[in-house]
Design a protein around this ligand. Structure first.
Ligand code: ZN
Length: 357
């Protein structure tokens, strides 16, 4: 099979490589042992571009810095204490520092921050790797949207309204299993206005980690395709972060996409020998999530949303260079080349053509 380019819905590579307090930990231009994504390995994997996220972690010294903080495990699942809101000023400073770094590395001709649809077509032909700038959790955005405009002018084209915590726009789901995503109130008045502002400016709205009422609010308010950049299927793995059948149908009705991520505990929760949960899962378990959507609504509405550098990865997809294994597995499952191309990049191109101004 001739190489098919891949466009990926979510990675946390910028936030992983650059720490505002320490600077650049390693170079994205060199092959690394640490981390899951760099340019040489992205080329090996056929990655043409993707959404590069800026995520503001809980501040230094906060116990919430530890992902397992406040987690209660049982035989049947887990329940992690809800996370607190973070200070918008801290989020802005953090976001700006990572943004400066993103601009620095993308002044190299091998990486480019994409501002319009036509830039994407060139990345698919292999001229450079496309970076779509994404903010995960809108804490750095103020309610008058001055910062939204500023970031737009710097290249912001995708915004996750929430991470798994509340902000002035809405509420994310806490980490819980089993659980649905009906865990709190919908969007605030500012959140509803933010949807309109993003629609108008041509910023894609990412519904990843948003609770169910917030999802339904965006469904009512938005005039663009509905998108979840990185999650999995709730009917297969019933965690709070995964996407319900109702939401899958709504995404398809709107012409949007669901990006399937590879985080083992959200693909299939399995006990490990030490009494915790296994952080590995077989490739065919990931394929099941893609297949579920293909059978329910069709191959036009599912894409890849790895979460490289933001989550544990399964052994078979341990870094970006492994992505061709996923395409091979689709082929072995009997998917046509046309469908594989849609899942690999064409669906993303369609959604972005309809979303970016
Ligand atoms: Zn995420």
């Amino acid at each position: 099979m001739a190489k098919i380019p891949i466009f990926d819905g979510h990675n946390d590579t910028l936030t992983r490589i650059f720490e505002p307090a320490k600077g650049e930990l390693y170079s994205i231009f060199e092959r690394n042992e640490s981390g899951q994504l760099d340019l040489p390995r992205a080329r090996d994997g056929g990655m043409a571009g993707g959404f590069f996220s800026i995520f503001t972690p809980p501040p230094d010294g906060s116990p919430e810095r530890d992902q397992a903080y406040g987690a209660r495990l049982s035989k049947n699942g887990y329940d992690v204490m809800p996370r607190s809101a973070i200070d918008p000023d801290y989020a802005r400073e953090f976001t700006d520092a990572i943004w400066d770094y993103a601009e620095k590395i993308s002044s190299d001709s091998k990486l480019r921050i994409v501002r319009q649809y036509s830039d994407l077509e060139n990345c698919i032909s292999g001229d450079y790797m496309a970076i779509i700038m994404h903010i995960e959790g809108a804490e750095a955005i103020d309610s008058r949207f001055r910062r939204l405009e500023e970031y737009y002018n710097r290249g912001l084209r995708s915004l996750g309204l929430v991470w798994s915590r509340p902000n002035i726009f809405g509420e994310g789901v806490p980490y819980r299993y089993p659980s649905n995503s009906d865990t709190g109130p919908g969007l605030t008045g500012d959140g509803r206005r933010l949807v309109g502002a993003c629609n108008e400016m041509g910023i894609m709205i990412d519904l990843a980690h948003l609770n169910e009422r917030g999802f339904r609010d965006v469904q009512k308010l938005s005039n663009r395709p509905l998108v979840v950049t990185h999650a999995a299927v709730h009917a297969i793995c019933p965690s709070s972060r995964n996407i319900s059948d109702y939401e899958i149908d709504a995404i398809a009705d709107s012409g949007g996409v669901l990006g399937i991520f590879f985080e083992p505990i959200n693909i299939k929760l399995q006990m490990a020998r030490d009494g915790g949960f296994a952080n590995d899962v077989a490739l065919n378990e990931i394929i099941r999530h893609f297949d579920y959507i293909v059978h329910r609504v069709g191959a036009d509405f599912v894409v890849i949303g790895s979460d490289f550098d933001g989550a544990d990865m399964p052994g078979e997809l341990r870094d970006v260079s492994c992505l061709p294994k996923l395409l091979k597995a689709f082929s072995e499952k009997g998917y046509s080349r046309g469908d594989i191309e849609k899942i690999a990049y064409k669906n993303w191109l369609r959604v972005l053509r309809e979303t970016l101004n």
